[in-house]
Ligand binder design. Sequence first.
Ligand SMILES: [Ca+2]
Ligand SMILES: [Ca+2]
Ligand SMILES: [Ca+2]
Length: 396
Amino acid sequence: MNSLRAVIVVAFGLGLTSLESRAADGCLPPVGRGEALSAPDERADTYELDDAASIAVGNTLYVDDDASAGGDGRDWSTAFRYLQDAIAASTNGTTILIAGGTYRPHMMENGAAPFPSFQLPSELALSGGYAGLADPDAPDFRDTVQHQAILSGDINEDDADGFANIDDNSVHVVRIVVGEGGQQPVILDGLTITGGNAVAASAGGGLEVAGSSVVVTNCIFIANHGILGSGMGAFGNATVANSLFIENSAHARGGGAVVFGTARFENCTFTENTAEQLGGAVAGAPNSSITASDCIFWGNRAVNATGVDAQVVMDPAGEIEVVFSCIQDNIPGDGTVPFGGLAAGNVDDAPRFVPGPAGCFYLSQIEAGQFTDSPCVDSGSGGAPSLGFTDSTSRS
Ligand SMILES: [Ca+2]
Ligand SMILES: [Ca+2]
Ligand SMILES: [Ca+2]
């Protein structure tokens, strides 16, 4: 079946959000023929971008928060304990495999890290969700929900609900900087990024794309804060696929993301993000460019907006194209979305989220056992297999 996307992973054990309570508040009950939703091993946990960047073949380093001190990162059995040590040991083309666990940017083997952020130069790839030392017989087993790799800016481990105790947090949990090796993008795959507080720097609490470019797949941006673009601030070039932006909060615009450069979103879900002005989900700055396809922008809030601007807002001097996406506007269900002539294929009905293994972001679907189909089922730009979903899941 064709499908307007959906997302995989979610935040187990983050402590900053209650998925169970959200399910009770806003999630449709999983009615229907039993379990309904995809088992973890049925989820499409990879997403192939048409023009996905390939990085130069380099060495592989291993990180696991359960590792002993003094590892060299050359294998799971000698993994680095801290992600910062792996980044420091990386060269152009290094891929860093990250086992399930929580990683905070101030921690290094020999004292505090030089930056309270994970600063990533060009041509580096971070891949999370591996079993690592939790399963010595199969450390390469990967499931980004079961073995969630959390990059957290909550340095003092004291964050609480309502963005309490975040003054001490990382300004940017992850920063993409222009490296010496070239302009190949950084790749982030299968990570949960949380606890950034960019108020001191304005944008990009979770991820700041300060220069160069980034390709993000299968990631979750949750509970980041800032003035603009609390989940992601893209000053360079960002391609984000099959990822979830949830419960990020901005004082001004772009609770989920702000774009100053260029961003392309594919198969992403934005929900429960907030902004005190406009663009609860995404905001574009003057001269920026945003393309979104097969995305869901639903249930985000902006104090100064009641219509589609509460979800997505673009400066008049920028360019935006949102197609084959589900967007909440001021008149839901009338079949039109106020994005001018660019609104091809968009849906303005509620996506009917139901809970699944990763949280309440799955689409109600008869084929998956619910009584009704989400209006987003069979609404995507292409067939599920062409979007990388090859198994029969709630998203197919
Ligand atoms: Ca671990
Ligand atoms: Ca804190
Ligand atoms: Ca409408």
